[in-house]
Design a protein around this ligand. Structure first.
Ligand SMILES: [Zn+2]
Length: 302
């Protein structure tokens, strides 16, 4: 498989569809006036009887499934409870909660829903950022915003620079995984930061914060930077433990016309997620290191 580099324009188009899905979920939670942790089954219940949800342990068959039942005109959602083994009775693991929220995305996003009604086929999902299909990404974006709504998370995220400690605190309060919490936190952060996912020894995805894009720093997928190889080896061998390192912007990003930023320091926090065969990397940059220095200063003595 060849990996084509996305242009900033391609990246923007894909981003737009995902932002739209996220905003739809935000609006839904605001309308329902829900507080955190968001109960996605309560969101599903709000659509009853047009939507009926049920969960059981489906083993490794699928995470979630949504199907249209034409003769009775309702959608049936099935979610896998295999991750709930160690949860208290009636509670769901963050992975299960994400699956339910992802399937709600297929139900609520108009063109997903129409596709299911028209094709009359069930849709089995592998959720949480493991699929590259555009519709899966849209449903993931919907799910992440549903469980981590902008108006509830943004004020917390921007209390300071992003760190693993801050992410874990939000994940605990919102009942979400480290993966979705870090992606949402980066998206809602006003500071320059990004989160990368390393799989199979390569950078599989990177989500940047808006201020990084505004500074002309774009995600660069593909080759894994040298600093990541030791943490990746430990992740691969399921050896637990986070670690930190220091790298440069050019290790993780494309700067196009802004090569002067290539050697700027990037703080790296490595977080192994062995259950997903993913090494999460939180990347933070000091905003003073990338700010534009070409402003005209008026001396006032004209
Ligand atoms: Zn799906």
């Amino acid at each position: 498989m060849t990996s084509q580099k996305k242009t900033p324009m391609d990246w923007r188009a894909e981003q737009f569809a995902q932002e739209k899905a996220g905003k739809q979920a935000d609006a839904l939670i605001a309308r329902m006036k829900l507080s955190y942790p968001i109960d996605p089954l309560m969101v599903a219940k709000d659509e009853h009887p047009r939507l009926r949800a049920g969960g059981r342990n489906f083993g490794n068959r699928f995470d979630g499934k949504l199907k249209y039942v034409p003769d009775q005109r309702y959608f049936a959602m099935m979610y896998n409870t295999k991750y709930d083994t160690y949860c208290a009775l009636g509670e769901h693991h963050p992975r299960t909660r994400f699956t339910i929220a992802h399937e709600l995305g297929h139900y609520h996003i108009k063109h997903h829903r129409e596709y299911l009604q028209h094709r009359r086929t069930s849709h089995a999902s592998i959720t949480e950022f493991r699929s590259n299909a555009v519709i899966e990404k849209e449903a993931d974006a919907f799910a992440a915003s549903l469980l981590l709504p902008t108006h509830l998370v943004q004020p917390i995220v921007n209390r300071g620079n992003l760190s693993l400690g801050a992410i874990d605190s939000i994940a605990g309060d919102f009942g979400t995984s480290r993966v979705s919490t870090s992606i949402r936190s980066v998206q809602l952060s006003h500071f320059p930061c990004a989160v990368a996912g390393i799989r199979n020894g390569a950078v599989s995805w990177i989500f940047p914060s808006e201020s990084l894009i505004e500074a002309g720093i774009y995600p660069n997928k593909g080759v894994m930077p040298a600093n990541a190889s030791e943490p990746w080896d430990r992740c691969r061998m399921s050896i637990p433990g986070e670690s930190e390192a220091g790298g440069e912007i050019q290790d993780w990003f494309q700067t196009y016309q802004k090569e002067h930023l290539d050697e700027v320091y990037v703080h790296e926090e490595y977080i192994p997620i062995p259950s997903m065969n993913t090494l999460l990397v939180l990347l933070t940059i000091d905003e003073c290191d990338i700010c534009e220095d070409d402003e005209v200063e008026d001396s006032g003595d004209w």
